[in-house]
Every structure is written in C-alpha cells, then in structure tokens.
Design a protein. Sequence first.
Length: 319
Amino acid sequence: MTTWIVTPVYRDVRSFRILREHVLEELAKPASVETGEVKFAVIDDTAGQDPEIESLHEFDDVTILQPPFNLGHQRALVYALRKILPRIGDEDYVVTLDADGEDRPSDLPRLLAALQGDAREQQQVALALRTKRRESLAFKLMYRLFRLLFRGLTGTTVRSGNFAAMPGSVARRLLLHPTFDLAYSSAILALDIPVVFVPCERGRRYEGDSKMTFGRLAMHGLRMLMPFTDRIAIRALAVFAASLVLGTLLALTVVGIKLFSGSAIPGWASFTALGALIVSLVALGNFVSLFVLFSQTRAVSLASIEDLTENETDSVPRP
C-alpha cells in the first residue's frame, strides 16, 4: 500500500517542505490510520520558472512533474494525477491538497479514516468540508455571495476545495473522465460520485502571501461552474420558459383590454409589456449562449499536454 500526496507548487517550495514534514509526522503517529509508504507528487506550476524546485531532488519520496506551461492549481492537480496513474494500485490512497498549509495535515488521518473499513467497499471519495475560514471580511462576503450564486445556478452547495482523498481503485477509473479537464474539485460533485464529507477548519499559510489575485479567483469561480453546464442550462431554460410565458400573458392582457374593453391603457403599460418580453428573451438567450461558448473555449483537453511532456524534471518511474 502506498499513500500518494499530490500537490501543486507555485513559487512556494518552502511551504511544501513544511507540509511534507507535517504530513510525515501525522501519518507516523501510532494512533494514525494505516497508510503504507508515503510518496509525494509535486507539480511545478511555474513550468520550470522557479529555480527552488530543483532543491526537492534531495528527497527520495518526492517526484517532480513539470507541465509545458502554467495550468492553475486545479488543472495542475489533474495533470499530475493522470501522470502518476500507472503507478497507483487499487489498494493505494490518493490525497490531493494545496501546499501552502491552508489544508491542514492534522486533518489527513481523519480524511483517510473515512475511507477505511466498510467505507472502502463503497468506493467513496472523502472531501474536507470547510467549517471555519481565516480570511478577511471582504473575502468572506465575496465567498458567501459566490456560494449563493453557485447554489442558484447548479442546485449544489459548495463548501469543499482541493483537499480530498480517494482509494486508488476510484482514482484509476475516475480521473480519466473529461469533466476533470475543467475543474478538479467541482467535477467530483458534478459527477455524483459517492462522497463523505469530513469537517475541517481552514488552516493558516506556512510562508508568504497568497498568489491568488482577484482575477485568478474570478477565473477559478467560473471554472468551478463549468462541470455543471448541463444543470445550469436546464435551470436557464426553465427561467427562459417562465419569462416567455409571463411576458406573453402580460402582452395578451394588454391587447385583450385594448380590444375587448373600454378601459384606458396607459402608454407605458404597452411598452413595458413588450420591453419585458424582449429583454427576458434576449438576456436569457445570451446568458446560455455565452456560458456555453466560454466553457468550450476554456475546456482545453489535458490529453495533448500529457503527450507533449516527455521530460519532466523528475520522470515517473515505471514498474
């Protein structure tokens, strides 16, 4: 049995070093779960631009993967997972987390424990359920608004991130699904995989400041919506149909009053009815079209990238 710890690193090697030490300490405790050998798969998401990555060669339990260009932390995870799939056995465990310390290694034993015993037979994925966050008030407010938007568009509440664990048998068949080319964390929810949630607080960064800018955060939020395109389209069509019916009824009401009664109709009522009908059709139609267009243009398959990469910083050994 091997437990694979997979994490993207973007100019944050010092944090990864701390993370590695803490993970090994937590999994070595006598009361910890059975994990077998622990190996780390690090993806250099700077695509070779960070010279500090080279220092990780001193660790025998660390494999370094290097994509041809920056992928972003979620797609980097998928890239790394697919690269090491030939080495993952059905009895192994696969853990994904961020390297900055906000996914706490102290929660890792509980995450793995949720997959052992009868739960392993159910082929579940364990996700860290965020119970407490240590961000600014502005971030918390924006995150709450995003969750409301996400819930409204998809019908799903998102309270988890990249911190997840799964049996090797699940990883070997699940991670090849093309939905993971869009977003890692939300793809797990979108595919209706059996999931067990483990309450975990958000930790503090080990080193430095977050590299997540507002623009990257907005892109991350949009990417998380992409695996739910079918659900969003269905909800948008339902709203479209309701708006069409209401607009038509309003227009017919105005026409009916005009033709079959002597009541005076204010000019603004006619224009309001017609305007409501046109605006509802155009706005909702554009929303669906633009969202699908955005999804297709951003859904660049990782398969070609994997074929392009022949010489990683540290190639994955073959059996």
